[in-house]
Each structure stands twice: as structure tokens, then as C-alpha cells.
Write a protein that binds this ligand. Structure first.
Ligand code: DQA
Length: 137
């Protein structure tokens, strides 16, 4: 099975960024744990702060991979383009958020990803990514 985790803007700062919300572990560190835990899965990781690069990556993997785990971060709440990209590809997308976006500001309650996602997992910290991987098993 071939899966990719795609992280959007500011998630490269995990570990340093608002640790009371997002925790103190870097994603690179966490990703190493994931790789060893799911060593029977081909797992890739991509991060970009740039909306168009995220769309390019979705298009690139979206016709051959078995699953995409997408945390579009702030673009979740703004990007018609990323929403359309998910609609246009074949690979199922599971939307992930580290925090419970519904317990936060109103503007985080809107998602352009959810209507086109296979499912949504949010609020379990980095463990949300584990749960998303499990959903493809
Ligand atoms: C986030 C939630 C978003 O609202 C926020 O903009 C992020 C991270 C999360 O994983 O909890 O950058 O997607």
C-alpha cells in the first residue's frame, strides 16, 4: 500500500509553534515513529507552505497512490483550489487536523476539504495521523 502525508502551511514549525495547541514534537521526529510502526506500508511525507505546490502534489500522486492523508492547515478554511483538486483526483483523501478545529475560532469551522474527503479525523494531536493511516487498513 502506498500512502502519502501532505502537510500545509506552518506545519514545518511543529514542535516550536504554539506547543500548547500542537505539542512539542517535530513532525520529522513523529514521522520516523510512523515509518517504523507501519513498516509494511510505503509511507511518504511532503510539506509546503505554498498553496499551488500543495495542489501540484495532489495532482502528482492523485492517480496512482492508494491514499492521501491531508492536513491543509490554514488553507483548509480558505482554499477553493485545494478543494477542487481533491474533487478532480482519484485517490481518496482523509482530512486530518491536530487540534479540534470545532472547539476553536469560528473561522476554523469551515472546511473546503471535508465535502470532498473520504473522512475526517481531528483533535487527537499527532495521533490523528496514526488514526488516518489505520483508516486505510
Ligand atoms: C490545523 C488547524 C488549522 O485551523 C490551523 O490553521 C493549522 C493546523 C491542525 O492541524 O489543527 O495550521 O490544521
Amino acid at each position: 500500500k502506498k500512502l502519502i502525508i501532505i502537510n500545509g502551511p506552518n506545519l514545518n514549525l511543529l514542535g516550536k509553534r504554539e506547543p500548547e495547541i500542537y505539542g512539542s514534537q517535530t513532525f520529522e521526529d513523529y514521522f520516523e515513529n510512523l515509518e517504523s510502526k507501519y513498516n509494511d506500508i510505503s509511507l511518504e511525507y511532503y510539506q509546503s507552505n505554498i498553496e499551488g505546490e500543495l495542489i501540484d502534489k495532489l495532482q502528482e500522486v492523485g492517480f496512482s497512490y492508494d491514499g492521501i492523508i491531508l492536513n491543509a492547515a490554514a488553507y483548509t478554511h480558505t482554499s477553493v483550489g485545494i478543494g477542487d483538486a481533491i474533487k478532480g483526483i482519484e485517490t481518496p483523501v482523509v482530512e486530518v487536523h491536530i487540534s479540534n478545529t470545532f472547539s476553536r475560532e469560528e473561522f476554523r469551522h469551515q472546511s473546503y476539504i471535508s465535502p470532498n474527503a473520504k473522512g475526517v479525523i481531528l483533535g487527537f494531536g499527532l495521533k490523528s495521523y496514526d488514526l488516518a493511516i489505520e483508516s486505510f487498513n
